[in-house]
Design a protein around this ligand. Structure first.
Ligand SMILES: [Zn+2]
Ligand SMILES: [Zn+2]
Length: 246
């Protein structure tokens, strides 16, 4: 990242807790942009869809010259989705919208040198305050993307804690184990179990999440947003749930 972002950029991201896309707690740092994002935006935002450089070249008919202009990222071997498949090979990635923009620019250049071949409907659109960007090709998106199961979306992300400069403490974020493990009943305060909360955000959720409140009384120390790993109390909590009358 060092050649694309200043130390101040990264420090600003470290001291910001909101997702750039939606404002919720954002535990991930996007290595393409240096901005934070939440897990929902990582899985579903069109702007955060990464594809392999070879797919971009094929899908948008990009020349080697156009490919060289794109911001690229080389993945690190590892597991990226719930399937637990390990990706051993390092994969070169680009952002779909960057590739689409490069494809449009290439087309515009080609049309400028040969006007009669210009196809309809491939013009760039620009709204006030936005970068020049082509419409995202939805057909291509549907074919390539599997949202939360798409490993390329996560390869461009790293976990980054939030630094509270007042206290000097780091907040990595927590998710609600009661929402993950118990029946998903919104009347009892269930909320999307995939959500990652800041410590303060979790305490707000705790006030609404009835199963968390009861679970904390039954399994002391289990529900603790600032605590260490849950370890064996996971089993105790599951035991509590199996006897709980929903
Ligand atoms: Zn978000
Ligand atoms: Zn909950």
């Amino acid at each position: 990242m060092a050649i694309h972002f200043t130390a101040q950029n990264i420090f600003d991201a470290l001291c910001t807790q909101a997702c750039r896309g939606c404002g919720q707690f954002g535990p991930f740092l996007d290595l393409f942009t240096g901005y934070r994002h939440c897990i929902t935006c990582v899985a579903y935002s069109d702007n955060l869809l990464s594809i392999t450089t070879s797919s971009a070249k094929r899908e948008f008919g990009l020349s080697s010259k156009s490919i060289r202009t794109l911001p690229k990222l080389l993945s690190i071997p590892g597991q990226y989705t719930e399937s637990e498949r390990t990706y051993q090979r390092r994969i070169s990635l680009v952002r779909m919208h960057s590739a689409a923009a490069a494809g449009s620019m290439q087309q515009e250049d080609s049309n400028a040198s040969c006007p009669r071949t210009r196809p309809p409907g491939r013009r760039l659109v620009q709204q006030r305050g936005q970068r020049l960007q082509p419409p995202v090709p939805h057909r291509a998106l549907r074919q390539i993307d599997h949202h939360g199961q798409n490993p390329y979306r996560y390869m461009a992300m790293i976990r980054l804690p939030f630094l509270d400069r007042r206290t000097g403490s780091l907040d990595w974020g927590v998710s609600c184990q009661a929402c993950r493990l118990a029946p998903r009943d919104e009347r009892r305060g269930y909320y999307n179990w995939n959500t990652v909360y800041s410590a303060a955000g979790y305490m707000e959720h705790f006030q609404k999440c009835e199963v968390s409140q009861i679970g904390r009384k039954v399994v002391p120390g289990y529900i603790n947003p600032l605590g260490n790993k849950y370890g064996s109390s996971d089993a105790k909590f599951l035991g509590f749930l199996s006897n709980f009358k929903f």
